[in-house]
Design a protein around this ligand. Structure first.
Ligand code: NAD
Length: 454
């Protein structure tokens, strides 16, 4: 059977593409070597958030006095938290299976390998999986990314070393932990372990943790975490490892486990036959419609190395499938969607959370865009005051000084992850401050900060 589309990888990019194309009546085959849902659902976003929520319940119970509540003998059961996490993941994987359950979608469980293409190189694509060969008119590569293992002496075959997948699978909490890399993964795990009472040291090579975010926002988290007892070392480079001993900047630090979270790399396994596929910094190079340099070959998600976020992957998949379907009708159609990489929201699930969208003040400066920076503590929201004893938070809005459009919003404070989408609308659609002023926000909500700040 000849498929319209073969997709390798069943993460947010792959399953979104499979659902969209098959619901449009096109025959799709999706290959997944592990569980549907990919890194995000199985060993990333969802299991982390499930455990973080459990940790937050415990932490809040033990810090409830500031709200006039005394809770005695508060305890947690880590294995129960792990069990709940597994159930959450299982239910969501089942949900994806159900979404792909239609006559036009075939899901194959196995490692898929691309075979040398048919005659002429652009007549279709052949894929091998479980000893069977599949042929498709279009190919979409959604193979994701894997944890990067830095070339640090002593890292290989070291039983004390964990990556994020090991940490999520662990049956027991470590007695102490050193986290190498104070990026998103590092700081979310630092939050989890700290809230469950594990001594945490974070070692970050750059002068600050979360180096891609607004420094003023990050400083608030840094100050709070250091005050709470998390040992955060910045501008500190790990030189070597020996079991749980970490030598960095000439000092030795020791813990039972060392979690290494220094970024992820595109996963190109199984694609070897595409020897003319163009790469860029180790990831697949794509155009604005997620097309690669090879005819009828698309790539979406982490494997493109654009922005490694699940919601970027699924948006890329929507765009790629729209392009494919439009190309079917008329290659001249220009009114096809594109991914707007300038309006991608992102959240770091620390406590307090950080959420942002659009450019930072520093990025505006590097792009020579004159901006006005509006700033307000989150305490200007009554709801925030009512529910965040002892916190001040911060909201920053970056506004184009010439046309007054909103270019970026950067916040720290619970629960900014839940209203950053409103800021995304503004950035995506280029709303101006006077336009935003006409939007009514419900009272009392923390989201009102987006109105107060104007
Ligand atoms: P990252 O790029 O966010 O952070 C890695 C950090 O490690 C950087 O701060 C870097 O300076 C530091 N580093 C690199 N080498 C080092 C060394 N030898 N010693 C000390 N520090 C070193 O990568 P990550 O945290 O591994 O996350 C991977 C990807 O997954 C990211 O793209 C991230 O956005 C994504 N992710 C997103 C979420 C979310 O959206 N909430 C959660 C987890 C992961």
């Amino acid at each position: 059977m000849q498929y319209f589309l073969a997709i390798i990888g069943g993460g947010p990019a792959g399953y979104t593409a499979a659902e969209k194309a098959s619901k449009a009546g096109k025959d799709v085959v999706l290959f997944e070597q592990s569980a549907l849902g990919g890194t995000c659902l199985n060993v990333g976003c969802i299991p982390t958030k499930s455990l973080l929520y459990g940790a937050k319940q415990y932490f809040n119970a033990t810090h409830a006095q500031k709200y006039g509540v005394t809770a005695e003998n508060v305890a947690f059961d880590f294995s129960a938290m792990q069990k709940r996490k597994t159930i959450v993941v299982r239910k969501l994987v089942a949900g994806i299976k159900a979404r792909l359950n239609n006559d036009h979608c075939t899901v194959v469980n196995g490692f898929a390998k691309i075979l040398p293409s048919l005659q002429g190189g652009d007549g279709g694509r052949l894929i091998e999986c479980n000893g069977e060969t599949y042929e498709a008119e279009n190919l979409m590569i959604c193979t994701g990314s894997t944890n990067f293992v830095p070339p640090i002496p002593g890292i290989k075959d070291n039983p004390a070393i964990w990556d994020s997948t090991d940490a999520l699978a662990a049956a027991e909490l470590p007695k102490s932990i050193i986290i190498v890399g104070g990026g998103v993964i590092g700081m979310e795990f630092a939050t989890l372990y700290h809230e469950l009472g594990v001594p945490v040291t974070v070692i970050e090579a750059m002068p600050t943790i979360l180096p891609n975010l607004d420094p003023e926002v990050v400083q608030i988290l840094l100050d709070k975490y250091r005050k709470a007892g998390i040992n955060i070392l910045t501008s500190t480079k790990v030189e070597s490892l020996d079991g749980g001993k970490v030598t960095a900047n000439g000092e030795v630090y020791e813990a039972e486990k060392v979690l290494v979270s220094v970024g992820r790399r595109a996963n190109l396994l199984g694609l070897e036959a595409l020897n003319e596929l163009e790469l860029e910094r180790g990831a697949i190079k794509i155009d604005e419609f997620c097309k690669t340099n090879l005819p009828n070959v698309y790539a979406c998600g982490d494997v493109t190395g654009k922005i490694m976020l699940a919601h970027v992957a699924s948006r890329q998949a929507e765009v790629a499938v729209s392009k494919m379907l439009n190309d079917q009708i008329n290659d001249q159609i220009v009114n096809v969607q594109m991914v707007n990489y300038r309006a991608i929201p992102s959240v770091v699930y620390t406590n307090p959370e950080i959420a942002s969208v659009g450019i930072t003040e520093a990025q505006a400066e590097s792009m020579s865009i004159p901006v006005e920076v509006k700033k307000l503590p989150m305490t200007f929201s009554g709801r925030f005051m009512a529910e965040n004893e002892g916190e001040t938070g911060l909201c920053k809005m970056i506004v184009d000084a010439k046309n007054h459009s909103v270019l970026g919003v950067h916040c720290i404070g619970n629960s900014c992850s839940e209203f950053i989408s409103a800021a995304s609308f503004a950035v995506r659609n280029g709303y101006t401050v006077p336009e935003m002023q006409q939007v009514v926000f419900p009272h009392p909500t923390v989201s009102e900060i987006l109105h107060e700040i104007l």
